[in-house]
Design a protein around this ligand. Structure first.
Ligand code: CUA
Length: 333
């Protein structure tokens, strides 16, 4: 190869690489960074991107150079020279990608192991996924349940994920790492929030018809605000069952689907809970038993006129189920 050709090739490669680098750096591709674990994830992301840019520049420059230099004239109908491959080149283009892919996997492995370490004094949150909603339970905080993930700023949190039905996957883009939620098996994910704010919780595993709607929010609060929330919820849950049930109703997002005057709820997706006594009569069951069954096993009886399989099972502690039943039957009487 002549020296001049090499200079031209390298120049093309530099221009293409610089263009791709600008696109990578100037466009804000990634969401804001809101957790310590995100740093490692971003590191792997940018490492992989740098490799991709280098290979893109190499391939792009060779293609562009070939198109410019070896183009035939319009009247040239002769066959090109026969080419039989090049063993040396093939070894090189197999070896280099193998090394790069191995480097990416080693780096990913190191980052995942580091991210898995929860610092001492971490908070535990049980994450329960089902078609098509999330429930977060705080075992160290009165077992309180919430449809939103509330986290204190700067404290490491170990999420322990399970699923009721099919495979789901927990993902907050701002926190970085994803983790599957599997039926009958517990998986873990450590998050240490570094930025106050409200972020989307997204199910990122196709899990059925409502997959796209399986979303909620993660709210990162100051430790004081988090403690105040825990205290308030704790008080609400230890109140007389009727009142505690109101808190359970609010925390688990029941209002988004149901109407209930006592809770100021106006949802229209599911049955009107002010009509529970009527429904219980239609089902031929005593009111309290009927309401409890409808919460624990929603498909045992579905009110005519409403679709089957829409109401999710909520993995509520028994005392919260009782409180909710008490609230619902008292409000409806
Ligand atoms: Cu749950 Cu997708």
């Amino acid at each position: 190869m002549r020296r001049g050709s090499l200079v031209q090739l390298v120049a093309l490669g530099v221009v293409i690489g610089a263009g791709a680098t600008l696109v990578a750096l100037l466009v804000p591709w990634l969401p804001p960074n809101a957790s310590e674990e995100r740093d490692g994830i971003d590191l792997v992301f940018w490492f992989t991107t740098a490799i991709a840019i280098a290979i893109f520049a190499l391939v792009g420059s060779v293609i562009l150079y070939s198109v410019l230099k070896f183009r035939v004239r319009p009247d040239d109908d002769t066959d090109g020279p026969p080419v039989h491959g090049h063993t040396g080149l093939e070894i090189v283009w197999t070896t280099i990608p193998a090394i790069l892919v191995t480097a990416i996997s080693v780096m990913s492995g190191i980052v995942l192991v580091q991210n898995d370490r929860a610092s001492s004094g971490h908070l535990n949150v049980d994450v329960y996924a089902r078609q098509f909603a999330w429930t977060f339970t705080y075992p160290q905080q009165h077992n309180l349940t919430s449809a939103q993930l509330r986290l204190p700023l700067g404290r490491s949190v170990e999420l322990r994920l399970t699923a009721a039905d099919v495979i789901h996957s927990f993902w907050v883009p701002e926190f970085g790492q994803k983790q599957d939620a599997l039926p009958g098996q517990e998986t873990k994910l450590v998050i240490t929030p570094t930025k106050l704010g409200t972020y989307p919780v997204i199910c990122t595993e196709l899990c059925g018809l409502g997959h796209a709607l399986m979303r909620t929010t993660a709210i990162v609060m100051t430790p004081q605000a988090f403690d105040a929330w825990v205290k308030k919820q704790g008080q609400a849950l230890t109140a007389p069952p009727g009142e505690a049930g109101k808190a359970v109703f609010a925390n688990n997002g029941c209002a988004s689907c149901h109407t209930l005057k006592a809770a100021g709820a106006t949802g229209k997706v599911g049955p009107d809970l002010d009509k529970l006594p009527t429904y219980a009569k239609q089902a031929g069951k005593p009111l309290e038993a009927f309401v409890k069954e409808s919460i624990v096993d929603p498909n045992a009886y579905v009110q005519p006129g409403f679709p089957k399989g829409v109401m999710p099972t909520f993995n509520l502690p028994a005392d919260q189920v009782d409180a909710l039943v008490s609230f619902l039957t008292k409000g409806a009487k």
